[in-house]
Every structure is written in structure tokens, then in C-alpha cells.
Write a protein that binds this ligand. Structure first.
Ligand code: ADP
Length: 633
């Protein structure tokens, strides 16, 4: 019979499974049971809206059988089954999203232990089996299909027979070796304990026929007759069927949470935090939420879909219910289960469901509180979290016109000039100097570049703390926030910066007035590039800097003009400020008297310098170069 080949990436994974030296081969059973349970979920979900599904809740089951003589384990379910096409697509390749990442990771690490950390699914069965036969009949189809494979050399598919809808998987166990006793999986007790260990929470009964020797009825136990015992076979349900989230938090171990999370939400790593709680009140529900340790590779793209699984009394009714999570907590994975939701509710109606809104509110509050607690009690962990998802919280501050301020303002961190550490706004304000009126910040590409900004030096030089904003969204978020504990946010590169004493202000005002004509001449030389040129006494060593006037800062101008579909170019109003106590000030004044043309060139050079110091590019480098050369020769 013609053998079909596995797709390349599947082949690699398969190869790893077959040659696995991984010690926890037992997880294959968990994987197959999970698949069976998912398949039943699918059919059950369908039955909610499709009358042609005749099975009722109590009919669904997963069956395990072993056959010592044939050396086989059979796992059967009466779930949705697979059509020929699905069979081919699902088992001929790895369908899982993120499988490429997974493969990549494995290739890099060559670390077999990763198998245990991540549900590798169906193929894990090849760790214990040398031949696998899958017989399946899809719901709504009369034909069954048989898929068979002995490993890497491919698989066959043929039409077959099956009376009922569902899937039956027969594993032919490998021969025992010195190190591996595959026969142990034929042992009823072993299977029983594996189900308890890994699949106890599966919500459908996992049944197995258990045969035991019993004393025959009416026989005297002390008799020494050979036939006083008989074999009795009973069907036992091996799992308790209590979903993990229905258990009390104290009853669940960290490992159980982590295994559940990895299995359900396809992560390689254990979650950074698990939040398991029960809510009673306006909304009654159980929730199990996870904060991933790292952002998924597509997190900050439009492909990422937020949402929690939604259950109604233990039955999955929606896989990704987006309405349960606000955008700024979109990284949270997990589920909510409430008896108050109707099973048959359509998605459209669900959106308007009051109960759902209550649940969402309670979940939001819980996440906020848990994050605040983490920030308070485990700073290191919070900063790890911040690295992964802080950006999202800052977007949250900015979005919807700052409506979420109360939820988020105490959760955001910014790098501070104070040891370049991350600080909260509360920490900043608590350290503010008595005479300090505002919260200062400065924007730039990197912390180091910001630190070197002349204006920043001027402010930190006076002993004030400055927040260093390096992400595009930062300044917009602060603008939206407007103030924190009644303190305004002030960009150190903007005109509102007010750190001078009254005397200093007077002095600089006089300086500007007496040089008004010269400053106007310089402004004219620069044309539209600046709205004014003036003296400042805020600078220490630098000759010049650029300051913005009006609401739009230079940084915001840059961000807005970088947007892909930004409309008209926006323009910040920029002032070229000259250090009044720098030697260049006197030079300019004398040029104004003796050589106005040279003054114009000086204005251009100083403007270009100010841009460079501020981390901006210059529009006409060739012009600058020739101006500088003219001065040199
Ligand atoms: P995963 O379950 O993580 O998607 P698997 O390799 O375990 O990956 O399975 C691939 C796919 O095969 C599943 O997504 C599912 O569509 C299908 N499948 C596996 N087992 C069954 C089953 N018992 N019944 C129906 N479909 C199944």
C-alpha cells in the first residue's frame, strides 16, 4: 500500500519522539486523553445548537482497554471524530500554532526535557508505541477511516469500518528493553495511577474494565478448594471529573497548576503567576487565571487574540471570550466558569449579558489587585512581568481618553534618573523635594541618551528626579493621565519647565530684552525651523538646546510623524535656546555688531548642534559640513 510521507517539521518531531530518551514517557496517555476530551467537547458544543446530535451529556465517555496478549492499549472516545481530510491534516503534520517556535526551541536546546514541559500531542505516543492505528468516524459521516503508522517512514490511510462516531486509537507497545519496561502500561494499576496523576480533572468519565478475583458466593473462605475464586469484571471510572478550577486553591499544587496551564494554553514555561479564585456576590463564578512568564511571540501584533475560556457549569461554551478581559490585561490566559450563564446563549447575546459584564468587572479588579500585591511584595518578579507586558499597561493608560487611569496609574513603572531604576509614580512623588512642583520627565531613544540631554542635566543637577521615557507611547500616556496626586507632568525639554528662581528669571528676561534684535536676526536665518531664538540660564555646560512650546513636544512630533498612516505631518513649535552664560553668547553679540552674515551661519550651526545633542537627525548635513569647514579654514 502507498505510504504517505509526514511533513518535514512533523517528521523531526516524530523522530525525536521515537528516539526519545525522555524519562517521562508516561505523559503520552495524558496527551491522548486530552485530545479525546477536546473531541468530546467539540461534539458536545455542537449538540447545543444542532439537534441531529443525539448523544446527551451523560453518554460521553473515554474508554481505555489493554490487551496483554496483543501488547496493545486502546484509547477510544465518542467525540467528534475526524473526516479523511482532517485525519490527514491533523496527524500528517503538527497543526498546533506555535509548533515552529517549539521546533526551533528544541533544535537550539537539544533538550529532551522540553517534551515534559509542553504538550506535544499525539506524536508523543510514538515514545512507547512502534505502531499506531487510528480508526475514526466523523460526526455526520457514514464512512470511517483508518490511519496507520510505524513511525518515520510514513503512514497509510484506508477506508474502514466503525459503528459509532468517534475515534479509537490503538497503540502497539514496543518491546521491553533493559532500561524501559513498556509492558508496564498494560498494567491496570499503572494506567489507573496515570489517569489520577495527569487527567483527574477531565470532565468526561475515563472508563476501564477492571478484572479482579473474587471469592465465589457461598464459598467458605477457609476452604482449600481450587475454584473458590472467580474473575469479576467491573467497569470503573478512573477520574474524579472535578475540574481543577472547581477544587479549592489549597488543594491544588503549583505543579498541577503549571501542568494544567501548559497543557491548555500551549506555553513552554510555567506561568509567572496563577490567580485562582471563587467569586460570590453579584456574579458567582470560579476563575483560574494565569499571567504568562513571557509575552507570546505574536503578542504585540494584530494576530494576537485576547480572551478567556468561558464555561457554564463545567462545560466549555466559548474558547476565547474577549469580553472577559480589558485590552490592557489581554495577556492574561485562563478561564471562568459560572452557573449563571445559559448554555445555549449565542455569542451576540452573550456580549450583552449582564452577568458576563459583572464577571468581567470582578476579573479586572482581581487582576489589578494581584498585580498591585506582586508589586508590593515581590518587586523582582513584578519587574520581570513589567518587561513582558508593561507596554500593554501603558497603552491602557493612553487608550479610551485615559478612562482607565484609576486601574493602571499605580501599576506603571518608568526608569528614573535615580540610579536608573524602575519606579512607580507613587515612589517618585513620595521623594519629591519640598520646592518641587511637578513630576519631570524627558524622552529619548535610550536611557543613556536621555541622560545626556542638556536640559536633563540641568534638572538632575538641581537634585530633582527625572523619569526617562524611552517608549513611543510613554509621553502620550502621561499626557492622558494629566497629573498624578495633583502634580503635573512636565517635559524637561518644554517651556513649562520652571526650575529657576525669581532672580534668575529676571536676569534672563533682561538679557533677552536687550538682545532682542540679535535674536530676531538669528530666528530669521533659521526660517521655519524654529519659532524663536532666546537665551536661557537653565543650561550648565551645553551651549544650546531645543525646547518646545505648546502642547506638542519634539518627541511626540517624531512619534506622530513615524506612524504609518499618520495624516498631515505635525510640527512642534521649537525654540532654540542659547546658554546665556556660555562664551558663545558674547561671540554672538559681537558678530551681531561686526558681521551679520557670519551670525546667520552661526545660527545654523548652533541649531544643527542642538538637534544632534537632542538625539535628532539634521535635515542638511552637507550644508552643516561646509559651514563648519568655512570656520576651520
Ligand atoms: P493538539 O491536540 O495539541 O492540537 P495533537 O497532535 O495532539 O495536537 O492533535 C492534532 C489534532 O488532531 C488535534 O488538534 C485534533 O484536531 C485532532 N485529534 C487528535 N486526537 C483526536 C481525537 N481523539 N478525536 C478527534 N480529533 C483528534
Amino acid at each position: 500500500m502507498e505510504k504517505k510521507q509526514f511533513r518535514t517539521e512533523s517528521q523531526k518531531l516524530l523522530d525525536m519522539m521515537i528516539n526519545s530518551i525522555y524519562t517521562h514517557k508516561e505523559i503520552f496517555l495524558r496527551e491522548l486523553i486530552s485530545n479525546a476530551s477536546d473531541a468530546i467537547d467539540k461534539l458536545y458544543y455542537r449538540s447545543l445548537t444542532d439537534d441531529s446530535v443525539t448523544l446527551t451529556r451523560g453518554d460521553y465517555e473515554i474508554r481505555i482497554d489493554t490487551d496483554r496478549v496483543a501488547r496493545t492499549i486502546t484509547i477510544a472516545d465518542n467525540g467528534c471524530g475526524m473526516t479523511a481530510e482532517e485525519l490527514e491534516n491533523n496527524l500528517g503534520t503538527i497543526a498546533k500554532s506555535g509548533s515552529y517556535d517549539f521546533k526551533h526551541e528544541m533544535e537550539q536546546k537539544e533538550d529532551v526535557d522540553i517534551i515534559g514541559q509542553f504538550g506535544v500531542g499525539f506524536y508523543s505516543a510514538f515514545m512507547v508505541a512502534d505502531k499506531i492505528t487510528v480508526t475514526t468516524r466523523a460526526f455526520g459521516s457514514d464512512t470511517a477511516w483508518v490511519w496507520q503508522s510505524e513511525g518515520v517512514d510514513g503512514y497509510t490511510m484506508t477506508e474502514g469500518e466503525k459503528d459509532t462516531v468517534g475515534t479509537e486509537i490503538v497503540l502497539h507497545l514496543r518491546e521491553d528493553t533493559e532500561n524501559e519496561k513498556y509492558s508496564e502500561y498494560l498494567d491496570t494499576w499503572r494506567i489507573k495511577s496515570l489517569v489520577k496523576k495527569y487527567s483527574d480533572y477531565i470532565r468526561y468519565p475515563i472508563k476501564m474494565d477492571i478484572t479482579s478475583e473474587k471469592l465465589k458466593e457461598g464459598v467458605d473462605p477457609t476452604s482449600d478448594a481450587d475454584d473458590k475464586y472467580e474473575s469479576v469484571t467491573t467497569t470503573e471510572t478512573l477520574n474524579s471529573m472535578t475540574p481543577l478550577w472547581k477544587k479549592r486553591a489549597q488543594e491544588v499544587t503549583e505543579e498541577e497548576y503549571a501542568a494544567f496551564y501548559r497543557d491548555k494554553f500551549y506555553d513552554f514555561e510555567a506561568p509567572a503567576k496563577t490567580i485562582h479564585f471563587k467569586s460570590e456576590g453579584t456574579a458567582t463564578f470560579d476563575a483560574m487565571l494565569f499571567i504568562p512568564a513571557k509575552a507570546p511571540f505574536n503578542y504585540y501584533t494584530k494576530d494576537f487574540e485576547k480572551g478567556l475560556q468561558l464555561y457554564s457549569s463545567g462545560v466549555l461554551i466559548m474558547d476565547k471570550c474577549a469580553d472577559l478581559l480589558p485590552d490592557y490585561f489581554s495577556f492574561v490566559r485562563g478561564l471562568a466558569d459560572s452557573a449563571d450563564l445559559s448554555l445555549n446563549i449565542s455569542r451576540e447575546l452573550l456580549q450583552h449579558d449582564h452577568q458576563l459584564k459583572f464577571i468581567a468587572k470582578a476579573i479586572e479588579k482581581k487582576i489589578k489587585n494581584e498585580l498591585a500585591k506582586m508589586l508590593e511584595s515581590d518587586r523582582e518578579k513584578y519587574e520581570e512581568f513589567w518587561k513582558a507586558f508593561g507596554m500593554q499597561l501603558k497603552f491602557g493608560l493612553y487608550s479610551d481618553y485615559g478612562q482607565h487611569k484609576d486601574v493602571l496609574q499605580d501599576l506603571v513603572l518608568f526608569t528614573s534618573s535615580n540610579e536608573k531604576k524602575l519606579v512607580t509614580l507613587k515612589e517618585y512623588v513620595s521623594r519629591m523635594k519640598e520646592e518641587q512642583k511637578s513630576i519631570y520627565y524627558a524622552c529619548g531613544e535610550t536611557v543613556d541618551k536621555i541622560e545626556m540631554l542638556p536640559q536633563c542635566e540641568a534638572v538632575t543637577g538641581k537634585g530633582f528626579e527625572v523619569l526617562y521615557l524611552t517608549d513611543d507611547v510613554d509621553e502620550f500616556a502621561l499626557k492622558m493621565l494629566m497629573n498624578y496626586e495633583e502634580k503635573n507632568f512636565v517635559n524637561v525639554c518644554a517651556e513649562e519647565l520652571d526650575i529657576s528662581t525669581e532672580e534668575e528669571k529676571e536676569a534672563v528676561k533682561a538679557e533677552n530684552e536687550s538682545s532682542e534684535d540679535m535674536l530676531t536676526a538669528m530666528k530669521e536665518a533659521l526660517g521655519d525651523a524654529v519659532s524663536a531664538v532666546r537665551f536661557t540660564n537653565a543650561l550648565k555646560n551645553h551651549p544650546v538646546c531645543l525646547t518646545s512650546e505648546g502642547g506638542l513636544s519634539v518627541g511626540m512630533e517624531q512619534v506622530l510623524n513615524r506612524m504609518p498612516n499618520g495624516e498631515e505631518a505635525v510640527k512642534a513649535q521649537i525654540v532654540l535656546e542659547i546658554n546665556a552664560s556660555h562664551a558663545i553668547a558674547d561671540k554672538l553679540k559681537s558678530l551681531y555688531v561686526y558681521d551679520r552674515d557670519k551670525l546667520a551661519n552661526y545660527a545654523k550651526i548652533l541649531y544643527a548642534q542642538a538637534r544632534l545633542i537632542g538625539g535628532m537627525s539634521i535635515d542638511n548635513p552637507a550644508e552643516l559640513s561646509s559651514l563648519v569647514c568655512d570656520l576651520m579654514i
